[in-house]
Design a protein around this ligand. Structure first.
Ligand code: AMP
Length: 278
């Protein structure tokens, strides 16, 4: 496992990789958990070479969000990664990624402004920009990403398509704790009582899946079931049943529709989603 600190060094490393080897890339913000590691494993299973990046990207955080308190523990991350076949870990600095005269941003119209994008203005602009920059530096064949950030996957797939990039996203399943909570670096903010309340998201998904399986097709009614459940434990940011392809809201659902949500447990904003047929 080689640590790569600069963009220049990463470019040299990349240039010297054998052209007949497939490159898997796992971009992360660190504070790794089993969800991140499942992506590393998927890259190991599908690619010859695995490159992981650890970079807390300031441009995807809003002014009142948790950039300064976002959990960081590089030593622990490197220890976890050393248990897999990780060829390179790239951790650039803010100064390299956003030098003082930085001016260019990537906007994926439409998809960036709905759901999480509506409550986090500028978030997906920051995500699309950093991922394009990393992809241009790392030039991977495959980018392994979690379906936990379902909208992020859609935004980035659209960006790669529209900008004619050859890297392809492999969307991997959500890894959950035994009790159903989707793993997230932000779960570390939760105290034991909040951690218990945080179960409302996965519980609401189950309730809606059960109602769908019993024949309920009315999206408004299904959303109400989830909202009533979650609002007992937290503050609902949004809960929406959408078309899995274009993320547009639906009136009538089928088993390929998706429920997607963000709920605040006090100040901690958690997201989750699932196909209704799962
Ligand atoms: P982050 O460090 O939060 O930016 O996440 C880095 C990558 O890990 C993204 O592609 C996330 O979707 C993915 N990821 C985060 N949590 C999970 C999870 N519970 N299951 C699967 N992938 C995840």
């Amino acid at each position: 496992m080689q640590l790569v600190h600069t963009i220049a060094e990463m470019r040299v490393v990349r240039r010297e990789l054998p052209t007949d080897k497939s490159i898997g890339f796992v971009p992360t913000m660190g504070y790794l958990h089993e969800g991140h590691l499942s992506l590393v494993k998927a890259s190991n299973d599908n690619c010859d070479i695995t490159i992981v990046s650890i970079y807390v990207n300031p441009s995807q955080f809003g002014p009142n969000e948790d950039l300064s308190s976002y959990p960081r523990d590089l030593e622990r991350d490197l220890h976890l990664l050393s248990q897999y076949r990780v060829d390179y870990v790239f951790f650039p600095t803010n100064e390299q990624i956003y030098p003082p005269n930085y001016k260019t941003w990537v906007e994926v119209e439409g998809l960036s402004g709905i759901l999480c994008g509506a409550s986090r203005p500028g978030h997906f602009r920051g995500v699309a920009t950093i991922v394009l920059k990393l992809v241009n530096i790392v030039k991977p064949d495959h980018i392994f990403m979690g379906s936990k950030d379902f909208q992020q996957v859609k935004v980035l797939q659209t960006m790669l398509r529209d900008l004619n990039l050859e890297s392809r996203i492999v969307a991997c399943p959500i890894v959950r704790e035994a009790d159903g909570l989707a793993m997230s670096s932000r779960n570390s903010y939760l105290d034991p009582a909040q951690r218990q309340r945080a179960l409302c998201l996965s519980q609401a998904i189950k309730l809606v899946q059960q109602a769908t399986a019993s024949g309920e097709r009315d999206a408004t009614k299904l959303q109400q079931i989830a909202e009533e459940h979650c609002s007992q434990y937290g503050q609902v940011d949004y809960i929406q049943i959408v078309d899995s392809e274009n993320l547009q809201p639906l009136k009538q659902v089928d088993s390929s529709s998706r429920i997607i949500m963000a709920v605040f447990i006090d100040r901690v904003r958690l997201i989750d989603n699932a196909a209704l047929g799962e």
